[in-house]
Design a protein around this ligand. Structure first.
Ligand SMILES: [Zn+2]
Length: 261
């Protein structure tokens, strides 16, 4: 397996031109849909895409790409360097879903991301986790029930202390998040995966995209599966404006990162 030294070397990571193309899709959709806020955002994205003025908006694929390259490369280097000590350290990629705070379309603008992060920080602390834990907040729209589902993607060290905390967190979440947003589904509020493919998994944690999740019947396994697609135009515009308004810092999460040496 190739040993990558930067996210930019990954064949699946978007090129500058991919990001540019995506920005033009966003601009075109915003302009077509119209309205003051959409048009203002489209103009800023256009200026950024044409190299007139960098926008640094969370709604901009180019600016997010630049951010992700720097963030992911920095984190992977840091995580890898930890393996050089006497003992081998491993990391988890953790997904935490908050079914209890799923919300409808109209509530996107009023959803309090800061409060959600504060609650997670408390939960991690009470479960006994040690930092650094870093990651991002994301929302996906679930088409079949018409709800936005907030969740976090995190990176966390698999130390002895954190293995204990993992058990406590799993129990707490099983109690707190006992119902799925869709009927007849088993809730899976938390998932721990070993970080093996550093660049792929760390960049997934910082993908900074809102998708539409849809269900489909899988004939091959006879079960309902989910997949992701682009949001419809109205919701796409709304989510872009929302992302632009809240900004990148608001969706980034960290816990005990200051102690990271
Ligand atoms: Zn930009």
């Amino acid at each position: 397996m190739a040993r990558y030294t930067s996210l930019i070397q990954l064949p699946r990571f978007e090129t500058f031109n991919d990001a540019l193309r995506e920005n033009y899709i966003r601009i075109e959709t915003l302009l077509r849909f119209g309205g003051n806020e959409n048009i203002q955002l489209a103009r800023r994205l256009r200026d950024c895409s044409e190299g007139v003025k960098s926008c640094n908006s969370l709604a901009c694929k180019l600016c997010n790409r630049r951010f992700r390259l720097e963030k992911v490369d920095g984190l992977v280097a840091k995580i890898r360097s930890e393996k050089k000590g006497k003992r081998k350290r491993y990391w988890w990629m953790v997904t935490i879903i908050d079914y209890s705070r799923a919300f409808s379309c109209e509530d996107l603008d009023s959803f309090d991301v800061q409060q959600s992060k504060d609650r997670l920080r408390k939960l991690l602390k009470r479960s006994g986790f040690n930092g650094p834990i870093v990651g991002s907040f994301e929302v996906d729209f679930h088409e079949s029930c018409g709800l936005w589902l907030p969740h976090f993607h995190l990176l966390c060290r698999g130390t002895k202390q954190n293995r204990r905390a993992k058990k406590i967190l799993t129990q707490k979440l099983a109690r707190q998040q006992s119902t799925h947003i869709k009927k007849g589904r088993e809730p899976k509020p938390v998932k721990f995966q070993f970080v093996k493919r550093y660049f792929t998994q760390v960049s997934y944690v910082y993908k900074l995209v809102s998708n539409c999740v849809y269900d489909y019947d899988s004939w091959s396994i006879g079960k309902i599966r989910t997949n992701k697609k682009r949001l419809n135009d109205a919701m796409f515009c709304r989510s872009l404006c929302w992302m632009d308004r809240i900004g990148r810092r608001r969706v980034l999460f960290s816990f005990g990162e200051r102690d990271w040496s």
